[in-house]
Design a protein. Structure first.
Length: 401
């Protein structure tokens, strides 16, 4: 059997994502990883290959490859610490795509935090022997598929000998309908009521056999519909009327959907603005501002790189954030932190016309990073360094307990 010294180290998500984001062709690397996997007795080559396949859009093959990697090796060590190690962080993750776990590698690039990841499944519980660590972080995302796994992890770490961040019983409350109930009537917060509906009931609404108000008390078109467990806007649509709902359902094979009212959050200039905020130990930090003509904003399709005016606004927002937006919504952020009870939380939000914090989604696994090109987004590096420093400080503080 090979010794650890002969096994190639893990390249890791952060480096591979940087390569993909810069336009690098990952196909040759994928070929090299396939060749390596034939002789590598560990799972590093397979895990990196899985990431490459995901980044190249081959999701199903990527997940199959990832399963093989986890079956051969549960513990992985991404290259985060660059020198002396001050904190050893162990993260529990589950199988899945790039949105299935908190992407901690982006928060810890070039740091003094050594990260080890242990993958668990319902068939592969936590191994008896784990890397030495100062802090444990539960990185598994909430989803229908992961609910049994979160319960399993919760039981396994009930009496953990080290500080635990992001407890699984709190992560379990991050479904869209649970989160909505959690933040109901929170001061300064607007989060549209979100209900989880069986396909049959939604079809009854579409065919006028059931009034919309029976599933949404304040239900009026337009409404927002998406399949349960969909992310990143996949199959999300704004439905303007009953005919549009019939058409939507004809194209969607899913059995369950989230339904909510649409809130028009355009400013007077006709543009929509979505802010990605993270709460780290209760303190809010802005990670990006998406500005778009379209209501469904994803940073990559908002045209930020092509529009200097939008970038100038994002820069001003970041520079002024602590004294403006964070102050204005301080009570809202404080209440969200108290009710959610997670040490690290992502918030996608906007503002209503009357100035309230409009919550689109709260989640423990939103991607925040510093991989945007510095020549186009020079102002992002200082801001993201603040985010990374705050995360590191939280780890240091907990490790000292």
């Amino acid at each position: 059997m090979q010794t650890n010294e002969l096994i190639e180290p893990l390249i890791g998500l952060a480096k591979l994502m940087r390569m993909a984001h810069s336009g690098c062709d990952l196909a040759p690397l994928g070929t090299q990883l396939i060749e390596r996997a034939e002789t590598d007795t560990g799972g590093n080559a397979l895990m990196d290959l899985s990431t490459v396949l995901q980044l190249r859009g081959h999701r199903d093959l990527a997940l199959t490859t990832q399963t093989q990697a986890i079956e051969s090796q549960q513990i992985y060590s991404p290259p985060t610490a660059t020198g002396h190690v001050n904190v050893r962080l162990l993260a529990i993750m589950g199988a899945g795509d790039l949105m299935a776990n908190t992407p901690l590698e982006f928060l810890l690039e070039n740091s003094d935090v050594a990260l080890d990841i242990v993958y668990v499944t319902q068939d592969l519980p936590l191994p008896a022997k784990l890397p030495d660590h100062d802090v444990l972080f539960v990185a598994v995302a909430q989803s229908d598929q992961n609910m049994p796994l979160l319960k399993q992890v919760d039981a396994a770490i009930a009496a953990w000998p080290h500080p635990v961040l992001n407890r699984p019983d709190r992560i379990a409350l991050m479904s869209r309908n649970e989160a909505c109930a959690l933040l109901k009537s929170a001061p300064g917060v607007t989060m549209p009521v979100t209900v989880r509906i069986d396909r049959q009931i939604l079809e009854q609404v579409a065919h006028q056999e059931l009034p919309l108000t029976d599933i949404l008390a304040d239900g009026e078109f337009p409404i927002i519909v998406r399949p349960v467990d969909s992310h990143a806007g996949k199959d999300l649509d704004k439905i303007e009327n009953l005919d549009a709902l019939v058409s939507y359902l004809q194209n969607m094979p899913n059995n369950e959907f989230y339904v909510s009212c649409f809130i028009d959050y355009r400013r007077q200039d006709g543009l929509f603005r979505k802010y990605r905020i993270v709460l780290i130990d209760g303190t809010p930090f802005v990670c990006h501002v998406g500005i778009s003509e379209h209501w469904m904003i994803h940073y990559l399709n908002a045209g930020m790189a092509e529009n200097a005016e939008k970038r100038a606004e994002e820069e001003r927002f970041m520079i002024d954030f602590d004294n403006t937006f964070a102050c204005k919504h301080a009570e809202a952020f404080r209440t969200i932190n108290e009710r959610v009870g997670l040490d690290y939380l992502g918030i996608d939000c906007g503002e209503t016309a009357d100035g309230k914090l409009l919550i689109f989604e709260i989640d423990s696994c939103m991607i925040v990073h510093a991989i945007d090109p510095v020549d186009i987004f020079p102002y992002k590096q200082p801001q993201m360094n603040k985010v990374f420093s705050a995360f590191r400080q939280m780890l240091l503080k907990r490790s000292a307990l």
